[in-house]
Design a protein around this ligand. Structure first.
Ligand SMILES: C[S@@+](CC[C@H](N)C(=O)[O-])C[C@H]1O[C@@H](n2cnc3c(N)ncnc32)[C@H](O)[C@@H]1O
Length: 225
């Protein structure tokens, strides 16, 4: 695999890499997974993380004791940064390279808001997630959500002094700048997004916390029209 330097990272990837250190990210993912009920998930579960980026969500799962892990992301540069035990591959999450009903848990954290076509791309990812999940499987989604807290964060990170004082604020502002089209389209359509998820999944947990949607779904026997 190619070695990763800031020269071969795109501007968005570079900002993403600066937003949090790997250890900060692993701690964040671990806390999130526990808030989503990961303590109760069987450790022998087959888990796939879609849009896994540089794989720190997979590392959090490893630290929680999960051993059968796979990850998928479109960016070869980010996938090359992962060096754990999961089967981590480069690919498009709209077409999953996994067998039907071959996974117990499908996790998506911060990837759906990168999709270009709503609702079509979202419908494709969700249909694929449902296809590769066992009937008693779980879909776990964490994505940005336009709560008052997120609006406040947007306000602060757009301020130049905040960007100069805080690496995180600069990185967030830079990521938003480079993903603005898909990010804004995602934040503007909460009803459509939840409707699309409900077509394929029964919702078992739904929370809006600190600017995030946190959701656990169970595959519907039959997708709704
Ligand atoms: C905000 S990052 C999230 C990464 C990781 N889940 C995290 O939370 O740190 C979004 C990721 O989605 C990936 N991505 C965008 N479109 C994709 C697609 N169609 N299939 C697979 N990955 C995609 C990008 O390469 C990027 O790594």
């Amino acid at each position: 695999m190619e070695s990763v330097t800031s020269d071969n990272l795109s501007a968005w990837e570079h900002a993403y890499s600066q937003f949090e250190t790997p250890e900060e990210e692993i701690a964040k993912f671990t806390a999130r997974l526990l808030a989503l009920g990961a303590d109760a998930w069987p450790r022998q579960a087959q888990v796939v993380e879609l849009f896994c980026g540089r794989g720190n969500g997979l590392r959090a799962l490893e630290r929680l004791g999960f051993r059968h892990l796979a990850g998928l992301d479109l960016s070869p540069t980010l996938v090359a940064q992962y060096s754990g035990g999961a089967d981590c591959a480069v690919g498009d999450c709209r077409v999953l390279p996994y067998e039907d009903e071959s996974n117990d848990i499908v996790i998506v954290q911060g990837g759906l808001h990168h999709l270009h076509e709503l609702p079509d791309d979202l419908a494709r990812v969700l249909a694929e997630a449902r296809r590769v999940l066992r009937r008693d499987g779980r879909l776990v989604v964490v994505e940005p959500w336009l709560t008052p807290f997120l609006s406040f964060v947007h306000f602060v990170c757009a301020l130049r002094p905040a960007q100069l004082l805080s690496r995180k604020m600069w990185a967030l502002a830079t990521m938003i700048e480079h993903e603005r089209e898909t990010y804004e389209q995602w934040l503007a359509q909460p009803d459509l997004i939840l409707r699309e998820i409900r077509r394929s999944f029964d919702i078992a947990m739904l929370r809006f916390r600190l600017g995030k949607l946190m959701l656990v779904g169970r595959p519907r026997r039959q997708a709704q029209k």
